[in-house]
Design a protein around this ligand. Structure first.
Ligand SMILES: Cc1cc2nc3c(=O)[nH]c(=O)nc-3n(C[C@H](O)[C@H](O)[C@H](O)COP(=O)(O)OP(=O)(O)OC[C@H]3O[C@@H](n4cnc5c(N)ncnc54)[C@H](O)[C@@H]3O)c2cc1C
Length: 214
């Protein structure tokens, strides 16, 4: 694992934050994740890269998990602290030029928005829609970095989003062109349910890509 100095921590809500660290020449393809540890030895956890391929820093978006061993300790990091990073890893990579259809649908729950933030930061002018499911509207992590009109915030715990209910409730009534490339990221329950809904709507399995967090 390589040592990276923390540049800053940006708190987005009481329990979620972005860790910006020195990039130290680490090359990744947008959509990949890194493995992070506080001591370089044990307790490594995976985090999707939130920043863009061309940024001169590296960022991850983290939600503190209750009774979690690592995420809560990451929240206490300060500028100039060292953390240890390995990677990049993973196959949830995104290069729009490799798709014959250029229509993209990004579906995330919680911090699963992170790779999509990296996608749009890396590739400007994409034809996409982002559907993001959270409990409360204050968890619209980084929405202002996405283009206006291209995001749907689904909130299951308040009425502050564009749609009150879960991502699957929103998707239920949506028509999706069959040549849309669909990317799903977040908890496994959402991913299994959305996968079934998309295939039932006629999207070929080969157009569906997923990254499971837990
Ligand atoms: C490929 C990949 C990429 C990931 N990217 C991110 C990311 O960008 N941002 C991020 O915040 N997390 C991400 N995760 C989850 C992250 O790796 C850790 O699992 C999470 O931070 C909890 O670690 P912990 O040590 O605090 O909890 P632990 O002590 O490891 O475990 C706590 C329990 O919480 C569950 N859990 C894990 N994540 C969550 C969650 N988000 N909400 C509710 N329960 C959860 C675990 O299944 C476990 O049962 C990713 C996971 C994978 C596999």
């Amino acid at each position: 694992m390589e040592k990276h100095k923390v540049i800053e921590l940006r708190h987005l809500t009481d329990s979620s934050f972005v860790v910006r660290m020195e990039r130290n020449g680490l090359e990744f393809q947008t959509g990949q994740f890194i493995s992070v540890s506080l001591n370089g030895k044990v307790d490594r956890r995976e985090y999707s890269v939130y920043s863009g391929e061309k940024d001169d820093y590296l960022e991850v978006l983290v939600r503190e998990v209750e009774r979690g061993k690592v995420s809560g300790r990451l929240k206490n990091l300060k500028a100039e602290d060292d953390i240890y990073v390995d990677g990049p890893f993973g196959f949830f990579k995104f290069s729009p030029q490799t798709f014959s259809s250029k229509k993209f649908l990004f579906i995330a729950t919680g911090t699963g928005i992170s790779p999509f933030h990296s996608f749009v930061r890396t590739h400007r002018g994409l034809d996409y829609q982002l559907i993001h499911g959270v409990r409360y509207a204050c968890e619209a992590y980084g929405h202002s970095d996405f283009e206006t009109g291209k995001t749907i915030l689904c909130t299951s715990g308040d009425d502050g989003g564009n749609f009150s209910g879960r991502v699957t409730d929103y998707l239920y009534s949506q028509r999706i062109d069959h040549d849309t490339n669909c990317f799903l990221c977040g908890n496994s329950e959402m991913i299994y349910e959305v996968f079934d809904m998309l295939t039932a709507k006629g999207i070929p399995v080969s157009n569906i890509y997923s990254e499971v967090y837990f």
